[in-house]
Ligand binder design. Structure first.
Ligand SMILES: Cc1ncc(COP(=O)(O)O)c(C=O)c1O
Length: 398
């Protein structure tokens, strides 16, 4: 049976990671994979995570199964972190929460739930969107379409085009939105635009499915959840997939959560039973360790404060790198505008380079980024920004 299988091309990001590892040039710069890095180029374990991990291990008396819906303390803490500590919705019966294996697991659980509730539903994703949204959402049989999102001319959101595309959708279509730190463009909606979008979704009876993978890494914990909280409070239903990979640095522990806002307590209760059945059929139970760490951090005030300080330092470093990169590129490449980099937020920005320039950067200058010229800002270091800017200038022929 298996001898008929075709060999697949490597995933572009994984292929890029392998090429970077094989490059022995000491000047090499990895702007491909989306992980946070410090000035030494490392992705360290956060101190709050180390401390919480120690406490969790000391207290743990068993490794028996948790439950298909995961760690109840974690799910409660995620409701509050996501929807806001003082939000009535965070405590409302209209919301159910299930722990998931990472943000990816939460996205897939949400997609499977939509397929059960409405198999013919079409999910509309931004153009462009994170590449993995496509297999995660369409892998269970849902149809995907794209709405306009990015305006390459200004490096911001093509808001009017986005609104008119969404306005034309049939009621009950699903609209996938990035809560903040849009991947891959770094272009986010402003508060007034979220309000306009909320009114449109309500008027047209569209269902928001919100992906939040970078809370705290854009403008702040509350600021990055502004649009999500607004839509969740205003609309009758919403799906929210949350990842703890980046803001807790727990990538390999696979920690995430799906929150579903239903029209009533009864609807949320029924939804939870469906999600438990879906999880049971996909992986049975989520891994415990990372969720126990997050529950410990969010539940213990000193740990939570320490985590927030570390997260703030990470966010401020990304902002500092954005400013330094934009200034260095402006000086090195006077004929191309890179000023959008300081207006964008989160880990990513598009440089707006063509594939040949991206290839020249990789082959001649050891600077690695995906073919669409998305860069992970956190992959830069203040120390190598001058080299990076000169490399871009050479690759552009400036
Ligand atoms: C936009 C977006 N959503 C979700 C995720 C989920 O990540 P994970 O499954 O590692 O938690 C990521 C990770 O890169 C992402 O960029």
């Amino acid at each position: 049976m298996l001898e008929h299988l075709d060999r697949l091309a490597p995933d572009p990001i994984l292929g890029l990671m392998a090429a970077f590892r094989a490059d022995s040039d000491p000047r090499k710069v990895d702007l491909g994979v989306g992980v946070y890095r410090d000035e030494r180029g490392e992705t360290p374990v956060m101190q709050a995570v180390r401390d919480a991990e120690r406490a969790v291990l000391e207290r743990q008396t068993t490794k028996t199964y948790v439950a298909p819906a995961g760690n109840a303390g974690f799910n409660d803490a995620m409701r509050r972190l996501t929807l806001g500590d003082d939000s009535p919705l965070a405590r409302s019966e209209r919301v159910c929460a299930v722990q998931a294996p990472g943000g990816c697991g939460a996205l897939r659980l949400g997609a499977e739930l939509i397929r059960v509730a409405r198999p013919e539903a079409v999910v509309h994703v931004s153009n462009p969107t994170w590449a993995n949204h496509v297999p995660l959402l369409s892998g269970c049989g849902l149809k995907l379409e794209r709405y306009p999102y990015f305006d390459a001319a200004c490096g911001g959101v093509a808001f009017e085009a986005m609104l008119s595309a969404l306005e034309a959708l049939p009621p009950r279509s699903v609209v996938l939105l990035h809560a903040s730190c849009h991947n891959p463009t770094g272009a986010d909606l402003e508060e007034a635009q979220w309000r306009e979008l909320g009114a449109l979704l309500e008027r047209r009876a569209l269902l928001p499915f919100i992906d939040m993978a970078y809370q705290g890494l854009g403008r702040g914990l509350a600021e990055d959840a502004y649009g999500l909280r607004l839509l969740a409070a205003q609309l009758p239903e919403a799906l929210i997939a949350v990842s703890c990979s980046k803001n807790f640095g727990l990538y390999r522990e696979r920690v995430g959560c799906l929150l579903v806002v239903g029209q009533s307590g009864a609807a949320a209760e029924a939804t939870l039973t469906q999600l438990v059945r879906i999880a049971r059929g996909l992986y049975s139970m989520p891994p415990d360790h990372g969720a126990a760490i997050v529950a410990e951090i969010l539940g213990e005030e000193p740990l939570r404060a320490a985590w927030q300080r570390e997260l703030t330092a990470m966010r401020e470093r990304i902002l500092q790198l954005r400013t330094a990169a934009a200034e260095a590129l402006a000086a090195a490449c006077p004929r191309k505008d890179f000023s959008h980099i300081v207006r964008q937020r989160g880990m990513f920005s598009y440089l707006g380079l063509d594939k040949d320039t991206v290839r020249r950067l990789r082959e001649a200058h050891h600077v690695y980024m995906t073919d669409d010229s998305r860069i992970n800002i956190a992959g830069l270091r203040l120390g190598n920004i001058p080299y990076f800017a000169q490399a871009v200038a050479h690759a552009l022929g400036q």
